[in-house]
Design a protein around this ligand. Structure first.
Ligand SMILES: NC(=O)c1ccc[n+]([C@@H]2O[C@H](COP(=O)([O-])OP(=O)(O)OC[C@H]3O[C@@H](n4cnc5c(N)ncnc54)[C@H](O)[C@@H]3O)[C@@H](O)[C@H]2O)c1
Length: 375
């Protein structure tokens, strides 16, 4: 079998990272880059040695493209992914999978009916940092997980993104833009969420671009930029998370899980690698143990890569006839949890999350090697 043909739609900020990684994986071959802005597509393609560029339709019409990588803005994720499915291509999409339940569920039904796969970012949960922590938790180092804390608070991405408007529009804000990293990690460990409650605020109805050619331009903020979320998992665990673009104090990457036998601090779920460590036993909960136990480091195992890992797992899973890890089903459940939190913040009280997962999220084998040809 030859390398799997990939077409990228969306040649913006994150496409550079994707193209750097995808062009280094021998199992895939990037054949074409498409964008509304064809000059931008050409620049990205030529920078990364991709032989063709054009519009989104040019990507969909390419006969050798088997998988479309959707790196457009959230508002058109479903539209672009659905067009790819209609063209007979598998889809890997950036997060969130969609913006509303009905359209996103229809995308997944269409893909299933066509026998095509949908994979959804974030794929940071496939990285060696998170996976090493997950293996330690599955090995029982903290016992039965009981509760978790997640925290992401910054001044906001308008500081560094040259066109940040979409990050403050429907489908983004700190919850839908950043929440997927934390929620996908938590759901991968603790299983599906049963119900959520949340409060939200939008203290600055207008923000300003701070970098790039449009610096100084003001734009409207459509969504809450600070959210506090409380989640109860089907399996009995509980979590609290805060997501803010309004904080002078930067505190991001906080993800902790506390169990019957110990507590673990995970790496930043927005990163592919990073250290984790745990402490056990909890002295006051165990007869005779000191409360001053030393931290135990979790050795990080597995190849360090980055964005594109989820797509690579998906194309290998297709060839091997196994489920992939970052599925559309998982992306949909994460979206459903976030929309339920938004509804709660808008006054709905506790909201029952209707979707669930049909199986636990699989773990990445330690010897998964992106740089060795397996197809
Ligand atoms: N920027 C980051 O650091 C980052 C990190 C992780 C994930 N993401 C995700 O990646 C996605 C893209 O983010 P970005 O920062 O690259 O955005 P961006 O605005 O820089 O780029 C988006 C690109 O998509 C193109 N586009 C929009 N609609 C299109 C359509 N219908 N057909 C073809 N092209 C279209 C735009 O012209 C633009 O070039 C988002 O979902 C975002 O959440 C971004």
């Amino acid at each position: 079998m030859s390398a799997v043909g990939v077409g990228v739609i969306g040649a913006g900020v994150i496409s550079d990272t994707y193209l750097t990684n995808l062009t280094s994986f021998p199992d895939v071959e990037v054949l074409v880059v498409g964008d509304l802005d064809v000059d931008r597509a050409r620049d990205r393609a030529t920078k990364h040695g991709v032989p063709a560029w054009g519009t989104a339709d040019d990507v969909l019409a390419h006969p050798d493209v088997q998988v479309v990588v959707n790196l457009t803005i959230p508002a058109v994720h479903v539209e672009v992914s659905s067009a790819a499915i209609a063209a007979g291509k598998h889809v890997w999409t950036e997060k969130p999978l969609g913006l509303d339940r009905a359209g996103t569920a229809q995308l997944l039904r269409d893909a299933e009916a066509a026998g095509l796969r949908v994979g959804s970012a974030p794929d940071t949960v496939l990285g060696p940092g998170f996976q090493s922590a997950k293996r330690a938790i599955l090995d029982g180092v903290i016992g039965q997980p009981l509760f978790a804390q997640a925290s992401f608070q910054t001044q906001g991405p308008d500081l560094w993104h040259p066109s940040p408007q979409f990050l403050f529009a429907q489908g983004a804000g700190p919850l839908l833009d950043i929440g997927p990293y934390y929620l996908t990690a938590l759901i991968s460990l603790l299983g599906p969420v049963d119900r959520v409650a949340a409060v939200g605020a939008r203290p600055r109805p207008q923000r300003k671009i701070h970098t790039g050619p449009d610096a100084g331009t003001a734009f409207d903020v459509e969504v809450p930029t600070t959210m506090q979320v409380l989640a109860a998992f089907e399996g009995g665990a509980q979590a609290q998370g805060q997501f803010s673009f309004d904080s002078a104090l930067e505190r991001q990457g906080v993800l902790e899980i506390h169990g019957t036998e110990g507590s673990i601090v995970l790496p930043d779920p927005n990163m592919f690698d990073g250290a984790s460590r745990y402490v056990q036993p909890l002295g006051v909960l165990r007869d005779g143990a000191s409360t001053n136990q030393p931290w135990i480091d979790v050795p990080q195992e597995g190849a360090v890569v980055g964005r594109g890992l989820g797509l690579l797992d998906m194309v290998r899973a297709i060839a091997e006839g196994r489920p992939h890890i970052a599925t559309g089903e998982l992306g949909y459940h994460v979206l459903d949890v976030m929309l339920s939190a938004e509804e709660s913040a808008a006054g709905a009280g506790f909201v029952t999350v209707e979707s669930t997962l049909s199986a636990p999220v699989p773990t990445v084998p330690v010897d998964f090697d992106p740089f060795t040809r397996v197809l």
